[in-house]
Design a protein around this ligand. Structure first.
Ligand code: PGA
Ligand code: ZN
Length: 429
């Protein structure tokens, strides 16, 4: 089977926000085609790979003509003849083509779509589903989901400051049961909010678009929803604070409540919420440049809850390594488009795993029907998966793909559940 890359072509398609995005097809000499799609974030870390857009008046400035051209004219010709099974070599070539630290010349979107398309073409050549191709002989477990119940921050017109209010069904015995617990909580939360006139609609990732008076109101309502749904103790709360969106230079301002904190005050507020509500995981508790805040929070809470770096780590192995030395978090969010190639994402993943951190493979707020992210979480045996809420088909496609893999696949050895949490937390449970 000749797995040499024969043709690479970029196209414009549309994402879940109705914005253009880039799709790349990698065609091999054996006729296999891999198709990769770039997702896109709304609350992006400043060190992320650049999401290259045309700007100007057309498509609201979100056009991807320049990124498509980069694929067709620069990236494609440079990959011809490489073996698609040599993912590291292909990704290395991509990094050589754009050696800027944030892939600003060719665009992280052009690069990740190409990198993923190569991976999928290689898996297709092996005649294997992607998760199985990645897992090889390794036994893997289905990931514990993090499912958004309310959207906030940049995903819901900043109607609340905290970006994601999610649940983690740690008491489930299977992926199937985990989804069903989350579905109950999502439904009950929607009913409670509608009854109280607090439900405006659905936010970018499918969570309810809330109309609460305070961030704490959202926490109260989520806790109540878990209990009313009958899942108290079986489902815990995860928060993605995405604090870079409202914190700068050591000041944190909650727009909804017109309250402002310094780092210490803000951390004290978070700790108070953790005392009062069943919170098991907190992502980006402070702004991406607040190293002191990350270390202080992890020192105070790192044995009790999962502390995830997203904007803080940007799926970068070097930053994960530094954060391990600094004790700045105990889990990594892994978003392939944040760093630009699949091999670099995997390097960050391995680095995090080597420290017994939690590893959460994550989609973006701008997505497509593509389900590759589910395969990465399972194939890498990452333990946790976060792809938004329990509505909107670009989200459900990814959860449903997990169900198909769980029910069809002999190579799955159960459900990661609470064992997916960082080692320090498992001791506490
Ligand atoms: P984004 O947000 O995809 O809009 O950047 C997701 C997250 O912060 O986890
Ligand atoms: Zn985040």
């Amino acid at each position: 089977m000749n797995t040499e890359i024969k043709r690479v072509a970029g196209f414009r398609i549309w994402d879940s926000r109705g914005r253009p995005t880039i799709e790349v097809e990698v065609i091999l000499a054996n006729g296999k085609i891999g198709r990769g799609v770039a997702p896109s974030g709304a609350s992006r870390g400043s060190r992320e790979a650049v999401d290259l857009r045309d700007g100007g008046p057309r498509d609201g400035g979100f056009g991807v003509e320049c990124a498509v051209r980069n694929v067709n004219e620069i990236i494609g010709p440079a990959l011809l003849g490489l073996d698609a099974r040599e993912q590291v070599a292909v990704d290395h070539r991509l990094c050589e083509l754009d050696p800027t630290p944030t892939k600003a010349t060719l665009g992280g979107n052009a690069l990740i779509a190409t990198s993923l398309a190569t991976l999928l073409a290689a898996a297709g050549s092996a005649g294997l589903p992607l998760w199985r191709y990645l897992a090889g002989a390794q036994a893997v477990r289905m990931p514990l989901p993090q499912i958004q119940i309310f959207g906030g921050g940049a995903h819901a017109g900043r109607r609340v400051d905290v970006q994601d209010f999610l649940v983690m069904p740690i008491g489930a015995e299977s992926f199937d049961e985990a989804l069903s617990i989350c579905a109950d909580i999502y439904r009950v939360a929607g009913e409670l909010m509608a009854h109280r006139g607090r439900r405006f609609g659905v936010a970018d990732e499918g969570g309810w678009w809330p109309a609460f008076d305070s961030n704490e109101d959202a926490l109260k309502t989520l806790t109540e929803s878990i209990n009313v749904a009958g899942h108290g103790g079986r489902a815990m709360i995860a928060l993605d604070i995405a604090a870079s969106e409202f914190g700068r230079d050591g000041r944190y301002r909650l727009g909804l409540e017109a309250r402002e904190f310094d780092t210490e005050g803000w951390l004290a507020q978070l700790c108070e919420w953790i005392e009062r509500y069943p919170i098991l995981s907190v992502e980006d508790p402070v702004a991406e440049d607040d190293d002191h805040g990350m270390r202080a929070f992890t020192a105070a809470m790192g044995q009790r809850i999962q502390i995830i770096g997203d904007d803080y780590l940007v799926s970068n192995a070097h930053r994960v390594g530094q954060a391990i030395l600094d004790g700045a978090c105990n889990a990594a969010l892994l978003k392939p488009n944040q760093v630009g190639t699949i091999s670099e994402t995997f390097a960050a993943f391995e680095q995090a795993q080597s420290a017994n951190w939690g590893t959460v493979v994550s989609a973006r707020s701008g997505e497509s029907e593509d389900v590759v992210i589910t395969h990465l979480a399972i194939g890498w045996n990452a333990g946790q998966l976060k792809v938004g809420s329990f509505a909107r088909s670009e989200r459900m496609a990814k959860w449903n793909e997990g169900l198909r893999i769980e029910r069809q696949s002999a190579g799955i050895t159960g459900f990661a559940g609470r064992h997916a949490l960082p080692l320090a937390i498992n001791r506490w449970l």
